[in-house]
Structures are given as structure tokens and as C-alpha cells.
Write a protein that binds this ligand. Structure first.
Ligand code: GLA
Length: 360
């Protein structure tokens, strides 16, 4: 593995970073113009950059121990560099002059664990470009460009949550997000509570195709109900006239939006007990109505719920694998998280505690 010094030869001109995200509540609501409550991870992706001087881009990932090179007018090969090239091209399209660069990427966000390492890579890259080229970009615009990089260059038809969270959230608050207006407000976590995040160890295999299928089902539901997006359905009862499975999908989205609005409670979060109940309801809705859970996430969240001091647990992210999150009494997260992981793995599981981050 190369150190930044091996790669650059001297201190690089810029060094920026961005976190991943864990969504506490409001899943599969962003592409329905709805609401969500993500928080930033302590794990992060760092990007360092310098001018290359030889007309080519050179991008090194210390995670993969791999250097990717491409000409200034040539696309990056598929893989991590595509996300970064997308950020470069989209800024160029906005009129920013970008010289060929050397970039070094380092991350402790596990790939595929559902903490949105791709959003962190995009946001950290855009921050590096912004600093180096003195581009005028606020946090929301930066998140929008990062999302477009993911959609247009990495081919993932995602919503705006991950990039907004990576750009605007911190590890001490939840970020109340409105995906339609892009209004974003930091709120305190429920009093006396902290979070546990566990990676199930199950890779998100069907995620892309099923994600697109769910999006299409939501659009169909909105069309049948005559609204622009499911965010505009005010009463849960309105979805009952839809045919199955569109009805169940819409029921999840509409009820999930109501849960987030209740949890955010006009700016001061509800009690940890109530927040936990809303998380449990969210998991049941994702499992039964939205059908994006898997047995491992059902089991992990079930075991978490039974632990003393745990207020509630749910899968987090798109589902079909990835991670789950629990809210628990402040001070108990590390002990409870380790115990649940050990128990799950003793029965053959491959789980890993992600938050609190094990001592490194
Ligand atoms: C993925 C997407 C997000 C969001 C979640 C589900 O993380 O990238 O935009 O749709 O799934 O809530």
C-alpha cells in the first residue's frame, strides 16, 4: 500500500474528507419527495489532490491498493474512479476549469456495508475540487452534483438522501431532510440515547434491480392516486384502494413519512422510547409492506430489541442485505453491540459492529 507521501512525493495541495451515513428513520422516502432522518458516521473517506502536470489523471485507492490512470478527455475505467470522474465532468459542465490531477483516496468505510461509501467518496472528491479550484458550491448544490455523479456515471438510480447526509450531517445530530424542498435541519438525538450499527455481512445482491422495481411501483401508485409523488398523500387510508402490491408499497412510504414527521416533532425529537417504537414500526413496514428485508436483518433487529436498554431497531439503507441500526440507552451501545454480534456469529453469522466503531 502506498502512503500519500509515496504517491505525491511531497504534501498534496488539498486534503478533504466526508462521512458516510446511517439513516435512523425514513427509508425509501427520498425518491418519493418525502422525509428522512440520517446521521453521519464516524467512519469517513479522505481525498487528497494535487495537479498532475503530465496531462493525465492518476487516482490511487489505498483500500484497493490500485492506481487508475486516464487522459483528460478520456472516461475513467469502471470502478471507484468512475464516481470521481463523474464529479470532475459535472463540475466541468458547470464551467469549472479542472487541470489533470493526482488524487489519493483513503477510507475506513467498509464497501457494501450500507453506510454509503459511494456518497462519501463523491462528496469528499467534490470538496477537494472545490477547495483546490475555489469553486462556489454550497453544501446542497454539492450534494446534488454528487447524486448526479452516482446516477449518470456510476449508473445507480439513487435518491438524494446519502449525498445530502454526507454533505450536511454530523455524528452528533440527526439531519431532518425534506427531499422535495431540500430543507435540511440538524436535530438533537432523542435525550439519553445513542446508536448501534451492525453490518449483517450479507452483500446487497439484488439491491439494484429491486430498488428500481420499488421506485417504479411508487411512481405507479402516485400516478393512480393522481399526485405528483407519494409525499402528497396525506391520509394513510387513501392507499387502500390501490391494487396489491402497489398498495403495500404506498402504505409503507406514506406511513414512513408520518413516522419521520412524528419523530422530528417540529424540531425537538420525541422521547427515546417513542423513537424506538417508530423504528420498530418502520422495520415491520419495510419487511412486510415494502418487502426489502432479509432473514438476517430480521433476526439481528429482533435480538437487538430484546436487549435491556434498547429502544428499537430497524434495517437501515436500501435493504436486501447491508446494515441495521438500533437506538439504545447512552453508554450501553458498545457492550450491547458486541454481545449481539458475538451471539449472531456464534450461530454462523458474519456480522460486524460498525458503530460504535471498534477501537482501531
Ligand atoms: C439507498 C439510496 C438512497 C435511499 C435509500 C433508501 O441508500 O441511495 O437514495 O433511497 O437507499 O432509503
Amino acid at each position: 500500500m502506498k502512503s500519500p507521501n509515496d504517491f505525491f512525493g511531497s504534501a498534496p495541495e488539498v486534503h478533504t474528507w466526508a462521512p458516510g451515513r446511517v439513516n435512523l428513520l425514513g427509508e425509501h422516502t427520498d425518491y418519493n419527495d418525502g422525509y428522512m432522518l440520517p446521521i453521519a458516521t464516524p467512519q469517513r473517506t479522505d481525498v487528497m489532490a494535487d495537479r498532475s502536470g503530465d496531462g493525465r489523471f492518476h487516482i490511487y485507492s489505498s483500500t484497493l491498493d490500485e492506481t487508475v490512470e486516464f487522459d483528460a478527455d478520456e472516461p475513467a475505467p469502471p470502478g471507484f474512479a468512475r464516481y470521481m470522474e463523474g464529479c470532475i465532468r459535472l463540475l466541468q459542465q458547470r464551467g469549472v476549469q479542472i487541470p489533470p490531477l493526482k488524487m489519493y483516496v483513503r477510507s475506513n468505510l467498509a464497501l457494501g456495508s450500507g453506510l454509503s461509501s459511494s456518497a462519501a467518496l463523491e462528496v469528499a472528491t467534490l470538496r477537494a475540487l472545490r477547495t483546490m479550484l475555489k469553486a462556489e458550491l454550497d453544501g446542497v448544490t454539492l450534494a446534488q452534483i454528487a447524486q448526479q455523479a452516482e446516477i449518470q456515471y456510476a449508473g445507480v438510480n439513487c435518491g438524494i438522501m446519502d449525498q445530502m447526509a454526507s454533505s450536511l450531517a454530523d455524528t452528533q445530530h440527526m439531519l431532518f431532510l425534506d427531499a422535495r424542498t431540500l430543507d435540511a435541519r440538524l436535530l438533537p438525538l432523542p435525550a439519553g440515547a445513542e446508536i448501534i450499527v451492525i453490518d449483517s455481512g450479507v452483500p446487497r445482491k439484488l439491491a439494484a434491480s429491486k430498488y428500481n422495481e420499488r421506485r417504479a411501483e411508487c411512481e405507479a401508485a402516485a400516478g393512480m392516486l393522481g399526485v405528483q409523488a407519494l409525499r402528497d398523500v396525506a391520509r394513510l387510508a387513501d392507499v387502500e384502494k390501490l391494487p396489491s402490491p402497489i398498495r403495500e408499497r404506498a402504505r409503507h412510504v406514506v406511513s414512513e413519512n408520518l413516522r419521520v414527521l412524528e419523530a422530528a416533532d417540529g424540531g425537538s425529537a420525541v422521547s427515546a422510547e417513542r423513537f424506538g417504537e417508530l423504528m420498530n414500526e418502520s422495520h415491520a413496514s419495510l419487511r412486510d409492506d415494502y418487502q426489502v428485508s432479509i432473514p438476517e436483518l430480521d433476526e439481528l433487529t429482533e435480538v437487538l430489541r430484546k436487549q435491556p436498554g434498547v429502544f428499537g431497531a430497524r434495517l437501515t439503507g436500501a435493504g436486501f442485505g447491508g446494515a441495521c441500526v438500533a437506538l439504545c440507552k447512552a453508554g450501553s451501545a458498545a457492550g450491547t453491540g458486541e454481545m449481539v454480534v458475538n451471539r449472531f456469529n456464534a450461530a454462523g453469522g458474519q456480522a460486524r459492529l460498525l458503530i460504535p466503531a471498534p477501537q482501531q
